[in-house]
Design a binder for this molecule. Structure first.
Ligand code: HEM
Length: 427
């Protein structure tokens, strides 16, 4: 053990036992961030703040929520919303943060795609990010069940049913997931456990891995410029702050982040106070009724693109049970992006507008395709009346579904191989 001297103050006392000065250097004052990044690099910190808001508001809701099919609806809509002081505020904060976190996750993902931040060396950042996306999807879905309204019940019915399409084990798996032959009390309690314990703990662990994975390859920058972080850090420490291409995380970079967080919080509390309804589906204010299927079952906006892919495969093709295709489709759509660092066959790290024309077009088409899928995901299953036909929207939806897979599986490798041959670079 190192010699312990008489400490002059509390921080010295702690430092002798926990090496807090060293920790401060590693995590804050000597963690180097590139200078040339824009506000889009603030999304990560906003996600961290939104997750903390969800944790805190969730703890308050947990004090009154009852995970029981007979009590859940009233505990949310009566006790929390009407009886408990400011219960409505915590619920609105939770619902709005859940919706916004997905918007920010999508912006964060598309930023990474646009600037090529998933490329060689940064694969682990991307993979841990994708894991967070899947975990948040599970967290969002399990949370949606808890108020035990009509949409909670029927969404659980539709989603758990999908697993029945797995050959051999499907029907037994559905019973196992539901804890019963139909969606009922054991289903609610296990999803409650997932939502408040297992998933949040796992998300926290993966956020730590995500942060850690940023340490070695460092954060990308607006131009995709590669430079020696050690060298630039030395320049900064030697007082050549203007010349250096990096700044320390604390206090310089975080002070910029506080500004971005401030703007986000103004927008967030504005929504919580005045437009919270967008995050709470009106049909979910009707208690769950297993005898009455809603006319139109749809998920929250952030799952609509996936939902449209699920429905897009409902065309009975070649005698395959459509549900099985739907399952393959939705799983493939949500996991294919894990492989993005390898589907992109070019090593060029640069913003899309400075890469080949093909890649730039590909990026915007992918974004438009996902917006298209989201719009069509909200249209009722019998379509809308359009050009004298009611079912034409199915076909538009199907074009977007096919477009999604073609863009990622086929177009991306082809475009990036051509880019590599034309502009240079390796794989
Ligand atoms: C709650 C979830 C998440 C949190 C808290 C989080 C947090 C962060 C933070 C703080 C950064 C560094 C600053 C920045 O670029 O914003 C970052 C970078 C990054 N994140 Fe996330 N992230 C989350 C989800 C995701 C998801 C879903 C993906 C994509 C699948 C992702 C991919 C990346 C990538 C590729 C980078 C590196 C950016 C660069 O090098 O410029 N993250 N994340």
């Amino acid at each position: 053990m190192t010699e312990i001297r008489k400490a002059e103050n509390i921080s010295e006392w702690l430092d002798q036992r926990l090496a807090i000065q060293k920790l401060k250097k590693v995590l804050l004052t000597e963690y180097w961030i590139p200078k040339n990044i824009n506000f889009l690099w603030g999304m990560g910190i906003i996600l961290t703040v939104a997750f903390l808001i969800l944790l805190i508001s969730g703890l308050f809701l947990l004090m009154y929520y009852k995970p029981d099919t007979h009590l859940a609806f009233d505990s949310v809509n009566y006790t929390i919303m009407q009886e408990v002081h400011y219960g409505w505020l915590w619920r609105n904060m939770h619902a709005v943060a859940a919706s916004l976190i997905f918007l920010i996750i999508y912006i964060h993902m598309f930023t990474a795609i646009y600037y090529g931040s998933y490329k060689k060396g940064r694969e682990m950042i991307w993979i841990s990010g994708m894991l967070l996306f899947i975990l948040f999807s599970a967290e969002g879905f399990s949370g949606y069940m808890l108020p035990w309204g009509q949409m909670s019940y029927w969404a659980a019915q539709v989603i758990t049913n999908i697993f029945g399409a797995i050959p051999f084990i499907g029907p037994d798996l559905v019973v196992w997931i539901r804890g019963n032959f139909f969606v009922s009390d054991p289903t609610l309690t296990r999803f409650f456990m997932l939502h408040v314990v297992l998933l949040p703990i796992t998300i926290l662990a993966v956020i730590i891995i995500h942060f850690y994975s940023l340490r070695v390859p460092h954060i990308n920058n607006q131009d995709g410029e590669q430079f020696d972080f050690e060298e630039e850090a030395e320049k900064y420490k030697a007082g050549k702050k203007k010349e250096s291409k990096v700044i320390p995380f604390w206090p310089i970079f975080l002070s910029k982040d506080f500004f971005v967080i401030g703007i986000f919080l103004i927008f967030y509390f504005y929504l919580v106070g005045f437009h919270y309804k967008f995050a709470l589906d009106p049909i979910n204010f009707i208690p769950a009724n297993y005898m009455k299927t809603p006319h139109h079952i749809y998920p929250e906006w952030y799952f609509l693109w996936s939902y449209e892919i699920l429905r897009g495969f409902f065309f009975p093709i070649a005698g395959i049970k459509p549900f099985a295709l739907g399952l393959i489709g939705i799983v493939a759509a949500n996991t294919i992006l894990f492989f993005l660092p390898w589907l992109d066959r070019s090593s060029i790290v640069a913003p899309a507008h400075k890469r080949s024309f093909g890649f730039n077009i590909w990026f915007w088409l992918l974004l438009l395709d996902m917006i298209g899928l989201t719009i069509f995901g909200k249209i009722p299953p019998n379509g809308v009346y359009f050009m004298g036909k009611t079912d034409i929207t199915h076909w538009f939806g199907f074009v977007f579904v096919a477009g999604f897979f073609i863009l990622i599986f086929i177009a991306l490798p082809i475009i990036t191989i051509r880019e590599r041959k034309k502009i240079g670079g390796s794989r």
